[in-house]
Design a protein around this ligand. Sequence first.
Ligand SMILES: [Fe+2]
Length: 81
Amino acid sequence: MRKYQGGYYEQENNRCIEQGPGRELAAIVQYMKHHYEGEGMESPAVLEIFKSTAKDEMKHAENLARGSSILAECLQRNLNQ
Ligand SMILES: [Fe+2]
């Protein structure tokens, strides 16, 4: 079994993998909070923009999860070589 040799890029990738999902989830909560707290505002169109942006952040979280899964498979394959 070969040991994985990491450096700067590995550390950066790990940081993104570790912190990315949390940041996306924080963004989702923040935009949905704005959406619900803004009810009664004079500009209801803004509320839909908040909601739409929260949905975009959900897609980012989904893509991150998918990417992390693929990366984990690749790393495992490299470790097993
Ligand atoms: Fe995002």
